[in-house]
Design a protein around this ligand. Structure first.
Ligand SMILES: Cc1cc2nc3c(=O)[nH]c(=O)nc-3n(C[C@H](O)[C@H](O)[C@H](O)COP(=O)(O)OP(=O)(O)OC[C@H]3O[C@@H](n4cnc5c(N)ncnc54)[C@H](O)[C@@H]3O)c2cc1C
Length: 335
């Protein structure tokens, strides 16, 4: 049973990447602080692992440090978190909707017998309840989902939905160390044969410039051209869902409702119509659209709309960028 009242508020399960709390967790800690202020709830950063990084931006940090937690792995994490939640009974538990969070959250919710809202795009507090907003019915409406009875109220949130607060300025936490839970009687991890963090995942989520391809791209050669341009500009390749479904581009590059939410400074959409499910994932500062249809919805969203063939556009851009890069394209580091 709960023994520490301060831990019964809002929890954020924090991921660790390159020895630091990862970006989506920082974003969630910032949002948890805002939500906590609405209802006077304390916030807790929950960190599991062999190495524990510097933790900030919450009232408390609940830490379980153990060699067996060296690799994020769903069975082990579910077991540990189940016992932490049962012990302290938080009201809210937030997780990043990255690959691991998406896989872990439903297992944990099922074991705890509570609800889960996946891929939220907004959160709020109303009378002690977490208002979990997410697209529904193919992205045609936004649903507010409540979990009035079971606890904790669990939600996953995509990276880049919230802004990460300034980490250096974030307040220090009171660190509370918890021993690992006893043996897991429900499951046993026999062996981990390998663990490869997805570099591609990070590339599209964190790039300042994305060159995105859609069904109008026309050929594999043009996809390669788009990738080349992205590389020359120091960015990454993105894609609409049909190209991923067609096996032309890996899923890690998909932008949209069932892909990633991206927030680059510049999004160059080549042969993409701008369907609502695609635009749901585009939180770019500026959009360039290249399309042969002046009435394509992406042209409305674009800051610069280029009417024409995207293959020709890409060839010309690669050519220009190869011959005289700085003078023809915006400097990605300038504000
Ligand atoms: C539940 C659900 C979830 C979905 N999730 C996603 C998602 O996460 N991401 C996603 O992208 N989609 C998603 N979709 C699919 C979405 O509805 C659209 O079908 C998809 O985004 C269309 O992809 P597109 O723009 O590449 O293709 P199209 O809509 O076919 O558009 C192709 C565009 O290329 C233009 N074009 C053609 N030739 C050229 C040329 N030579 N040069 C320049 N332009 C040209 C055309 O004018 C057109 O505008 C989802 C759908 C559903 C129902």
């Amino acid at each position: 049973m709960g023994t520490y009242e301060g831990l019964q508020g809002i929890w954020v399960l924090c991921g660790v990447r390159d020895g630091q709390i990862d970006r989506v967790s920082r974003e969630l800690l910032g949002e948890a602080e805002r939500l906590g202020a609405v209802e006077g709830m304390k916030t807790t950063a929950v960190v599991l692992g062999r190495e524990i990084p510097q933790i900030r931006g919450a009232d408390h940090a609940l830490v379980v440090q153990d060699d067996s937690l060296s690799v994020p792995e769903e069975l082990r994490w579910t077991h540990e978190l189940y016992h932490l939640v049962r012990r302290y009974r938080p009201q809210v538990l937030l997780l990043g909707a990255n690959g691991f969070g998406r896989s872990l959250a439903p297992r944990l919710a099922a074991r705890l017998g509570t609800g889960l809202t996946a891929d939220c795009t907004a959160l709020d507090m109303r009378d002690g309840l977490l208002v979990q907003t997410r697209p529904a019915f193919g992205g045609n409406l936004m649903a507010d989902i409540l979990c009035p009875d079971a606890r904790p109220q669990m939600a996953t949130v995509r990276p880049r939905v919230f802004r990460a607060p300034d980490w250096e300025a974030a307040r220090p936490c009171e660190i509370l160390r918890e021993p690992p839970a006893g043996p897991d009687t429900l499951s046993r991890l026999v062996e981990i044969t390998g663990f490869t963090p997805s570099g591609q995942d990070a590339a599209i989520g964190e790039a300042d410039i994305l060159v995105a391809v859609g069904q109008g791209i026309g050929s594999k050669e043009n996809i390669a051209m788009a990738e080349k341009l992205a590389e020359l500009m120091g960015g990454a390749l993105a894609a609409s869902r049909p190209l991923v479904d067609g096996g032309l581009v890996p899923y890690a590059h998909q932008v949209g409702q069932t892909g990633r939410t991206v927030a680059p400074r510049l999004y160059i959409a080549c042969g993409i119509s701008g369907a609502i499910q695609h635009l749901a994932g585009v939180a770019a500062e500026k959009v360039v659209a290249v399309n042969i249809d002046p009435d394509a919805p992406i042209m409305e969203r674009a800051n610069w709309a280029i009417l024409g063939d995207c293959g020709a556009f890409l060839r010309e851009m690669v050519d220009l960028y190869t011959t005289s890069p700085p003078s023809v394209l915006p400097d990605r580091h300038s504000k």
